[in-house]
Design a protein around this ligand. Structure first.
Ligand code: FRU
Length: 516
């Protein structure tokens, strides 16, 4: 299907002129986003959330813990809250599992299923789940690594009596342990963020840790403190295995790629002791500014061959002041990471929404317009009334130099533009609603991209207060928050050409998976 010159899908909401939702709207769907709650992204029921932690897949369930402050909507003494899911979208909250104690707040970390009971925590028939996290002593700032374990599939947790298992050698930033089982050397490997680099430790039993090597002092981007590392193997379609290191970067307003917090990655080799990066360039997991501290699930490759990622959908530059009320922050859509070999034989990662997202598609509310026909106006309310939908489209780069996707209402919009000449995507949210709570929030967001193929596939996920753009099957990603004053009512695609530049376009409503 080809669409004409200017594709213009403007589907006016049947509810009439926009006004302040609280005063004028009575529809449950419209009321829903008063406090910007997403439909299908994980959010805490109430209060503050940051990093995803302790992500482990065990006995058919995805466990997600997260940094949580239960007494307010800004960052405070950290706890681990817990939620579980069988499909990565419908989450059942399990409450708080780790509370601060005399060793400090419970900072970020990971969890593993200790299948061989190497730590000796097993008491019954269940495989012990073991959490490895940072204890942060608030007054001194001292950070050490500690353990907790569960013998009932994560329902209850006991802190290890001889914590910490890795003491602080006199380094201020010494945190966020991510542990994996290294099959070839039959030992546990921990990557730990240490201010401007990563330390790699090994252990036979999760309790005694030995320093193996250091990585990153002279590699990668250093415009901020390194946090939340992850190390894992990944196989490409030809069967080549590479090792991937993710490192989040707590930057400032001027940090790359777009200011504030971001996550870079390295692809290379790991021999059980040292990691060597083969990157020639700096690679980012996301350019959209609102995806931080993301890590991958443990015990996944052994189970279904997928490597799954989730990130905290915010940015430290403004996370504490975004206009959500009663709760703060969501997680990104869970993503599958794929390893791809480029034409020059270097490797990159592609991040795409997990296939489970398709189960939220409402087939009754899917439209693939042949032309910008009038009857589609009717469907807009059906499809996008809740502001939670997915757009799949294929652009023909040879036919177009610049196009713009905009979503918005009569007064506000967020635009995503592509310029072939400039070779970049730009997101402009300066007129997207509430923006003035932070300077960086008003900046344009850029992502270099040269469209080289015959078609350019784009997937756009919209969910009340976020857009996630997956460019060319996740080769580059942009995750960006926005806070509309009034309900967004339209999706548009405009091109600066007479040519037919759209190969296909489908809009699919996505059902609510989070009951909040
Ligand atoms: C990253 C981070 C981690 C730390 C946690 C504290 O966002 O700063 O380094 O463990 O948040 O909440």
């Amino acid at each position: 299907m080809k669409l004409t010159k200017i594709i213009f899908f403007m589907f006016m909401l049947l509810l009439g002129a926009c006004g302040d939702n609280e005063e004028t709207d009575s529809s449950a769907d419209v009321m829903y986003h008063h406090n910007f709650r997403p439909y299908y992204h994980y959010t805490p029921q109430a209060n503050w959330m940051n990093d995803p932690n302790g992500m482990v897949y065990y006995d058919g369930k995805y466990h997600l813990f997260y940094q949580y402050y239960p007494y307010g909507t800004t960052w405070g003494p950290m706890h681990w809250a817990h939620t579980v899911s069988t499909d990565l979208f419908h989450w059942e909250d399990q409450g708080i599992k780790l509370y601060p104690d005399e060793l400090g707040y419970i900072f970020s970390g990971s969890a593993v299923a200790d299948l061989n009971n190497t730590a000796g925590f097993k008491t019954g028939n269940e495989t012990p789940l073991v959490a490895i996290f940072t204890h942060h002593q608030n007054i001194t700032g001292r950070q050490v690594q500690s353990l907790a374990y569960s013998n009932d599939k994560g329902a209850t947790w006991t802190k290890y009596e001889n914590n910490p298992v890795l003491d602080n050698p006199g380094i201020a930033d010494f945190r966020d342990p991510k542990v994996i089982w290294h099959e070839a050397s039959q030992k546990w490997i921990m990557v730990l963020a240490v201010f401007d680099h990563i330390r790699i430790y090994s252990s036979p039993n999760l309790k005694a840790w030995e320093l193996e090597s250091e990585f990153g002092k002279n590699v990668g981007y250093h415009g901020g403190v390194w946090e939340c590392p992850d190390l894992f193997p990944l196989k490409d379609e030809q069967g080549t295995v590479k090792w991937v290191m993710l490192v989040s970067l707590g930057g400032n307003e001027n940090s790359e790629p777009n200011g504030g917090s971001a996550t870079q990655y390295f692809i290379g080799e790991f021999d059980g002791s040292s990691f060597v990066s083969e990157n020639e360039e700096i690679l980012w997991a996301d350019y959209g500014i609102d995806n931080y501290a993301g890590v991958t699930w443990s015990n996944i490759p052994e189970i279904d061959g997928r490597r799954l990622f989730i990130g905290w959908m915010s940015n430290w530059a403004y996370a504490n002041v975004v206009p959500e009320s009663g709760w703060r922050s969501g997680m990104t859509v869970p993503r599958e990471i794929k390893l791809k070999k480029r034409q020059d034989n270097s490797y990159v990662l592609h991040f795409s929404p997990v296939d489970e997202l398709n189960t939220l598609v409402d087939p009754q509310k899917t439209i693939a317009p042949e032309t910008p026909a009038n009857q589609i106006h009717m469907d807009y309310h059906e499809i996008i009334a809740g502001g939670s939908y997915q757009v799949e489209m294929e652009i023909i780069p040879a036919e177009i130099d610049q196009f713009t996707i905009s979503i918005g209402n009569e007064l506000e919009d967020l635009t995503i533009s592509y310029s072939k000449t400039d070779g970049e995507f730009t997101i402009d949210r300066s007129n997207s609603g509430y923006v003035s709570f932070n300077n960086l929030f008003m900046h344009e967001i850029h992502c270099d991209y040269q469209a080289t193929g015959a078609t350019l596939p784009l997937t756009l996920l919209v969910d009340q207060n976020s857009v996630e753009l997956f460019i060319n099957q996740g080769e580059k990603v942009m995750t960006t928050l926005f806070f509309p004053r009034y309900n967004y009512k339209f999706f548009r695609l405009d091109g600066n050409t007479q040519n037919e530049f759209v190969n296909s376009l489908t809009i699919k409503a996505l059902k609510k998976s989070m009951i909040r």
